[in-house]
Design a binder for this molecule. Sequence first.
Ligand code: SAM
Length: 217
Amino acid sequence: MDNELFLESEREYMVETQLLPRRIRDGLVLQVMRTVPRHLFVPPEYRHLAYTDGPLPIGFGQTISQPYIVALMSQLLELKGQERLLEVGTGSGYQAAVLGYLAGEVHTIERFPELARQAEQTLAELGLENVSVHIGDGTAGLLEFAPYQGIIVTAAAPHVPQALLDQLADGGRLVIPVGERGSQFLERWRRRGDDFDVEEVIPVAFVPLVGQFGWRD
Ligand code: SAM
């Protein structure tokens, strides 16, 4: 079998065994998960595991999230295609790529410059011109492009940073793991004027969100 066909079948298998049984139902999210080449975001020594059911190391003590978590967080944003989004925690750039195909404009911010540069290169190779990578502490959000119809935080916060709530557009959704180091709940916040609804989705375990309004290093 030719390599591209093999990778396509690996992604299809990932969707059928990891996403559909866990209630990923958004047709666009499923379609994007079938097409984004996760193996390009994974270091060469882990590439053979790119479509398996778990996170993988990407250097600097950080990880690329499990495919199911990427799909779930994307689905929770309820995207229609035109939104401007902020992602805090670029990591490999995989989640940003998925969002790039689901929304109008994506800003993603990473505290490790080396990870940000590597992600930027991979995203450019895929021709994703609507995704911009920024270097910095995302616990303060990214005021320059606010407000955002969706914000996604892919590292665990001790509490929701106020700046992220402030930078959410009316009706916008914020998806963020909140809790202790090592175990958290994935939360979805929804802005209604000056009020916010919040729901707990599932227990998760993310690497810490380190910064001024997150955990201290
Ligand atoms: N979304 C990533 C992907 O698709 O590969 C996975 C992200 S990894 C689980 C969490 C990332 O958040 C790490 O790369 C980490 O360096 C970054 N991070 C932690 N604290 C941050 C902060 N205050 N600002 C920006 N990035 C941060």
